[in-house]
Design a protein around this ligand. Sequence first.
Ligand code: ADP
Length: 408
Amino acid sequence: MKRIGLIGAGQLGRMTIEACRPLLGHISVLSPDYPSPAGVLADEVYVGELEDYNAIMELADETDILSYEIEHVNTDALHDLELSGKTVIPPSYILTVIKDKQLQKTMLEQAGIPSAPWIPIELMPEAYTTGSSNTVRNAVLKSVQALGGFPVVQKARRGGYDGRGVAVLNSLDDKLLLVPSFVEKKIEIDKELAVLCAVDTFGNTAVYPCVEMVFDARANLCDSVLMPARITEKQHDEAVAIARRTIEALRLLLADHKNQLMQTHANYTPVFAGIFAVEMFLAKDGSILVNEIAPRPHNSGHVTIENCVTSQFMQYYRILAGYSLGSTEMVCPGMMINLLGEPGASGTPRYVGIEEALRVPGVSLHLYGKTEVKPFRKMGHLTAIAPTVEEAIRRAELAREKIKILSE
Ligand code: ADP
């Protein structure tokens, strides 16, 4: 039985550990703190920072396969491990490209995959902090003009998460991001979509039905997810086809990188595998554009725990353990709603209305066991399944009204 080392111990790790138990999976986690959502369920916990080179080496010493449930990890450590023959899923080079949104955009562009028009901001990284505010404004303006004018979305190259590295600019009076970034045309969005893709270590790919993501403007994060997305069959097929092309582009990128390094590093044999969420916009003009890729289980895939033959977490574990993929077939429609800390909540969480929410037919609840609640922090999620999408929405919204996450 392969021992898995997972970097990060949040809710994604927790649900992966829950899913691996029927197959007697063994998962150790690296976490900056204890207790953590995944730490309390893991076989072993290594306490250390996710960016700490040595902490990752220590985890790697005791495990056969390494993976990560968050992008903000030390990729140098992962790359060095791969050079010595260790398997990292997905390979660190894929993470390096995905972590830098500008590299990601370049990859999509070179592969001919539709995404929002964009342009780099020509500034040295240090100029964002040491240059005068006019230097930054002028550089941003130059790029905005080259894109055809406002409105644009300025995006941080690195470190963004849940919308934090994203600023909509309607004019130069709006607050600019003062970090290395690029600008992208603001798209008139009809719907936000995602297609979850699973790639096993034998090279097979399976995709889940397309989901629709609804965003909460207040919290700047995904509020709820609906499977199947309420789009036409043609749009569904197009979204799935674009997601598949995106995965193939990543596979080719890795193959190129491997060919370059193989001459000097005979042990470098990265395997393209993992769970990938391809997030997309369905624009008001009907076009489908890739927004970004996540190289791990994703919030948009939580609904699969209840509504698909194989959940994204079971699928992830199967991939890591070297098993083949399970069916991605949808069993019935479902809706997932993120359960966030209430505005004003702070400290030890207090859950109100669990019993009432559970009484709604078809509803399941997943609480992540975070020790501290904050306003809009993801503390859990609920899923409602039903024979129709409309009924799934009705049930999920009914359950949402019942439950609140406050503080002691
Ligand atoms: P993060 O990586 O932090 O999740 P995203 O790039 O996904 O950031 O952007 C967060 C949200 O901002 C998106 O889900 C979408 O609602 C909005 N957004 C991002 N890019 C654009 C764009 N080019 N046009 C319009 N809205 C956008």
